[in-house]
Write a protein that binds this ligand. Sequence first.
Ligand SMILES: C[S@@+](CC[C@H](N)C(=O)[O-])C[C@H]1O[C@@H](n2cnc3c(N)ncnc32)[C@H](O)[C@@H]1O
Length: 246
Amino acid sequence: MSIREEANPGFYDADSTIYDQQRWVSRSGVFTNETQQAIVAKMTADWGGEGLEIGPGTARFTVPLLRKGLKMTVCDISSGMLDVARRNIEGAGFGKHVKAYREGSIYELPFEDEEFSHSICLNVFNHLEDPGQALSEMARVIKSGSTLLFNYANLCSWYFPAAMRINSRGSAVGQEVYSTWERPGVMERHIRKAGLDLVTRTGHVHVPRELEKFKLLPVVKVLDRLSRRGPLSSLAAVHFCLCRKR
Ligand SMILES: C[S@@+](CC[C@H](N)C(=O)[O-])C[C@H]1O[C@@H](n2cnc3c(N)ncnc32)[C@H](O)[C@@H]1O
């Protein structure tokens, strides 16, 4: 973990108890959560076996994967988030389907090579200074021929001015957590270097929390639809990438 990322575990420990309430309850938040859930459900439709989720947060994506029948291991850098994830998973009745809750970083995953069928990491790469190393680790722990899913914030998107501001500050607006938006071309190089092929890329446009007061939801919904696939997907604020290990 780099010096700039050192505050991240503490930030998420403090954030863990208010994370869902702050993000997914407003009208914009409900839209973002529902849209992301639908994208992930579609991109993981054929997944089974043993899965690893890195940075599960409160387990909002872990629970649907467990419901599909995957056996999951979760790994997060924040012990506070792991406590909340465990509570939510047990509350949903899937406690016995989780193999392990591990505290650890994506840069050095505490798992064997090829231990899992799939790995997934969502809304975490926007906190990482070294996305190449993170992708290599995600690829290392899955079997050859298997798929992994991750997403990143796209610097070259509709939100370019705000993204440039975040990158120059190195933190999200109003939050003491390292944040960064990535260039798609650079991410494609990281994917290839990690021994992965990009199977499919899906675009998504969310309402950033700091813009919620501007009532942008109707416009964002249109942009989101337009950005799912095709040429406009290169302008989406978030890219979900399904990759296969060679
Ligand atoms: C924005 S939250 C996303 C949580 C969940 N994936 C979601 O989309 O709701 C980021 C999560 O990544 C974790 N995280 C941040 N840096 C990490 C790292 N280097 N390794 C593992 N987890 C990390 C945080 O503790 C937090 O749980």
